[in-house]
Design a protein around this ligand. Structure first.
Ligand SMILES: [Zn+2]
Length: 133
């Protein structure tokens, strides 16, 4: 299996493997089903580690922002239906909308999706513990 950098798409031996999260796994399943899977191991070459970390951070921020936004809108909807003293079923519908909104917003942020990196196994740096006062 070749190791390919997901940023520059070059084959390389030195690099950090990416974490196989559910997004990567589902992409893989789709590719296998379509028979376009290359079977390559996805890594980030040493040159692009900094870049990869930045992109991951950006994705995490956008995920939080979108999900937070969806949650706020959904909670407002629930509050409105409570204050309008509608029936319980209306409140439940609002709650369903909240869940949908959060999921939708999470899906939006996937446009910026970038996998996280595995921690370097060979580099075992002892973390200096903070001295408690
Ligand atoms: Zn690269």
């Amino acid at each position: 299996m070749a190791k390919v950098c997901i940023i520059c798409h070059k084959e390389t031996k030195k690099g950090i493997p990416i974490k196989e999260d559910f997004v990567i796994k589902s992409i893989r399943k789709v590719k296998r089903a379509l028979r376009i899977s290359t079977g390559n191991t996805l890594i980030v070459c040493e040159e692009h580690v900094g870049d990869a970390k930045k992109r991951r951070e950006k994705f995490e921020k956008s995920l939080l922002t979108y999900v937070g936004l969806g949650a706020v809108i959904g909670i407002v909807l629930i509050l409105i239906s409570i204050f309008q003293s509608k029936s319980l079923s209306n409140i439940l519908v609002s709650f369903g909308l909240l869940v949908l909104l959060v999921l939708l917003m999470a899906a939006f942020s996937l446009y910026q999706y970038f996998p996280s990196l595995m921690k370097k196994p060979e580099k075992k740096v002892k973390r200096s513990r903070k001295v408690k006062r």
